[in-house]
Design a protein around this ligand. Structure first.
Ligand SMILES: [Zn+2]
Length: 556
């Protein structure tokens, strides 16, 4: 109601102004800064003006001043840096929401510290409700033996508690959790799992690998309202890190329904590009409905599908052309039959949807390119923008095929810095030359939308920015960078988080750069991301995040 009143007032006041001024007075002027636009036409400007949630002007201070009226909000940057709102082109929104709900146990230095965090959460949680935590590591404690449930059960008697180890391969649970799960000394170890017991044969509350599911399966699934809350919490978290856009790499029918519900309530302050999970009834329903673009004034897109070709490198699930260098008995596995990728691609081309397939190994990537090539040959489509998600390890013959087919490699620079310590063991020296091969790909003329794959990696997109330009970890290792010839320039890295993700999502006319006519999503940084020395890149922080010309986050 008050919004309507404000609109009426604007109309009344506006009516007394000359027609041209009325059209050009800005809601917000951002001035006296160093604004990197990611627009090749005007890469750096001092000022910009915003009206109705969109950029209406970029240029010099005088130009912006001319658009300033009595009601215009002025943001004086005092020399600070602005970049377009960043987009994570491959992440898991609900996964982030779930992890935010868990008690964070990373960095705890004793079992007592773990218990203290759970007690704190128990005080805010209704009795009887489950408390889930993650991230403890007994190797960081003074006493590195397995913990035992008694102290936890005494401190938190009224909530079932399930606390996963940092690697996800073990959990400690309390007495109430064991009671809920019916776990007693009579319970046998499942195959591939172990219930740790004391000298008398009593379970001590620690469950290893497949034994974890004995308790895990008693944890009730989140309610619809809880899932909605998790999505909202994930969006708030993304704002903290300067993200105004995300490509959600696999959304279920329920998640998509909740996105639309949030959009309808005006509670979706995110450019959300949702890939539909590979689930036949869900795909059929969306094929019937057709591609949806820019719903809720540019907040939701549903016009792509997420498929999986192979597994991951760490667990030797990535499909390789030759056996693993550190295990000659395997060359990985296929999660889907190549014929399935082809079949979905055929349907998608008919229905006007994009296909984005996870492929990590060189064989996985080749198979996806083959399937796409066959589908496109049967149904030539000019602007398909099919993607390979990860494209981590490529045979040199396949690198030029991306540009030739118009297939976009969607890559996560932070995976390179996480995997570089052991990728050589898995792959050997020769194959490393085609691993995370950004420069080789860029030289063929393709773009590379960047991402984090959170919550697998941290949400902060500047971690991938630093990895893209340095190929070094936060400590500056290795000196000179890991296969430094594959680095991106700073300008490329900025594009890989702004305009390239927009292109990879058919949004480049609406988003991705600070260009008149586009949505006014931007981030104020505390340092000049494009000019400071490499060593300082880890220290850059987001000061504020703006979505559609409105501040959605400010650092305190
Ligand atoms: Zn992923």
């Amino acid at each position: 109601m008050s919004r309507l009143l404000a609109l009426l007032l604007t109309l009344v006041v506006g009516a007394s102004l000359p027609a041209t001024a009325q059209q050009t007075v800005a809601d917000l002027v951002v001035t006296n800064g160093r604004i990197y636009t990611a627009d090749a036409a005007r890469p750096v400007v001092d000022a910009m003006a915003i009206r109705g949630g969109r950029v209406v002007f970029v240029g010099d201070r005088a130009g912006a001043k001319a658009l300033t009226g009595a009601a215009t909000q002025v943001l004086d940057l005092d020399g600070q840096t602005v970049i377009p709102g960043m987009t994570d082109a491959h992440a898991h929104v609900l996964g982030l929401g779930q992890s935010l709900r868990n008690v964070d146990l990373v960095g705890t230095t004793s079992y007592d510290a773990v218990i203290a965090r759970v007690v704190e959460r128990a005080m805010q949680t209704p009795k009887g409700e489950w408390i889930i935590g993650r991230g403890w590591d007994q190797n960081d404690w003074g006493d590195t033996r397995w913990p035992s449930h008694e102290a936890l059960s005494r401190a938190v008697p009224d909530h079932p508690v399930y606390l996963e180890r940092v690697d996800g391969h073990a959990a400690v649970v309390n007495a109430l959790a064991m009671q809920r799960a019916g776990l007693t000394r009579a319970t046998k170890d499942p195959s591939g799992g172990q219930i740790i017991r004391d000298a008398r044969g009593e379970p001590i509350g620690v469950l290893v690998d497949n034994a974890q599911s004995l308790v895990e399966r008693s944890i009730p699934a989140a309610t619809r309202a809880q899932v909605k809350g998790m999505i909202a919490a994930a969006i708030t978290e993304m704002h903290r890190w300067g993200l105004t856009g995300v490509h959600d790499a696999g959304a279920s029918a329920q998640t998509l329904e909740l996105y639309e519900e949030l959009g309808g309530e005006g509670a979706l302050d995110m450019r959300l590009y949702a890939m539909i999970s590979d689930h036949a009834p869900t795909l059929e329903a969306w094929f019937r409905r057709g591609p949806q673009s820019g719903l809720f004034d540019g907040r939701l897109w549903v016009r792509s599908i997420k498929l999986y070709q192979d597994g991951a490198l760490g667990s030797r699930g990535a499909a390789l052309l030759e056996p693993y260098s550190d295990d000659a008995s395997t060359s990985g596995l296929l999660v889907s039959a190549p014929a399935h990728i082809r079949e979905v691609a055929d349907h998608a081309l008919v229905a006007g949807f994009q296909v984005n397939t996870h492929a990590i190994g060189d064989r996985g990537n080749r198979l996806v390119l083959d399937a796409y090539q066959a589908a496109l040959a049967a149904r030539p489509t000019a602007d398909h923008r099919f993607r390979v998600e990860h494209a981590q390890i490529l045979h040199s013959d396949d690198i030029p095929r991306f540009a030739a087919l118009g297939v976009i490699p969607s890559m996560q620079a932070s995976h390179q810095t996480s995997d570089m310590y052991w990728a050589g063991n898995r792959l050997g020296e020769t194959r490393l030359r085609g691993a995370y091969a950004w420069r080789s790909l860029l030289e063929t003329g393709t773009i590379i939308p960047n991402g984090s794959d959170f919550p697998v990696e941290y949400v902060d997109p500047l971690i991938s920015f630093k990895a893209s330009v340095s190929r070094q970890d936060a400590k500056g290792w290795p000196v000179g960078g890991w296969f430094p010839e594959q680095r991106m320039t700073r300008e490329e890295a900025l594009k890989s988080m702004t305009i390239w993700p927009a292109y990879a999502a058919f949004q480049e006319r609406e988003l991705g750069s600070l260009t008149p006519g586009k949505h006014a999503d931007f981030v104020v940084l505390d340092q000049d991301l494009l000019r400071i020395p490499d060593a300082m890149l880890s220290q850059v922080r987001v000061r504020s995040t703006w979505f559609a010309g409105r501040k959605v986050y400010e650092r305190r």
